[in-house]
Ligand binder design. Sequence first.
Ligand code: KIV
Length: 292
Amino acid sequence: MPTRKVTVATLAGLKARSEKAVFVTAYDYPTATFADRAGVDMILVGDSAAMTMLGLPSTLQIGMVEMLVFIRAVTRAAQRAFVIGDLPFLSYQPSDEEAIRNAGRFVALGCDAVKCEGGARVAARVRAMVDAGIAVMGHVGLTPQSLGQLGGYRVQGKSRAAAERLAEDALALQDAGAFALLLEAVPAEAAAYIRERVDLLVYGIGAGPLVDGQLVISHDILGNFVGDIAPRFVRRYAQLGAEIERAFGEYAADVRAGRFPGPEHCYPIDAEQEAEIREARLHLAQVVEAAP
Ligand code: KIV
């Protein structure tokens, strides 16, 4: 595994050698540091932070202000991984100029690329950002920023015609200059078909194994998502939520029972000084007791 910073060329090399890219979301400094140290190739600072980090109902409620905080933390942490900033709802849809400005803010904070949702209908925005020198990843299939239009979190590309429409979207993004494509919630066969229709690097989340790399939401595999969502495509590698709750519970019990802090948690001082302070406390207690 290369120890140098991952670039678009590194990712293309992985694809050329039929090696899968490892792709996770992260939003904070410690998680991004651990992912980077573990050798993850790509980190998405996803707008899923709305739900995973802020407890909001959907990605429609997060904006640039919040995303910039998460982006700063992750880019500071990632020494090797390729970092992609997820453009939030209404940060790129209104105009080319807004898309360039907001994507540019992510890049200025250290992102290697940005991601935006949609196919042919955002191709003009993608072209504008690419022309401004910004690497752009497209995102088609289940696109949560269009939840109202999709009618909910539904698998996309379930028929030949639907897979064809996604492939047309992918081609539009390719023509607009995107370097990569993310497929979300697409059946494996449809994902493979789309990948074979384009020259892009094609990654999947819930899109089966026949793509160039796998993205997961870190909270889903680490078991620290607060809520009942358990997507079919997720395998759980840890139960951090349960572990954190257990640790807080033990701490609370120790504090309430006077078991914490112990002598080993207190700062030692000179014995003479300690005796003097103790005497002062005793004097204080006598004064208080003698008071009318
Ligand atoms: O925000 C995010 O994490 C994403 C993935 C769900 C694809 O966009």
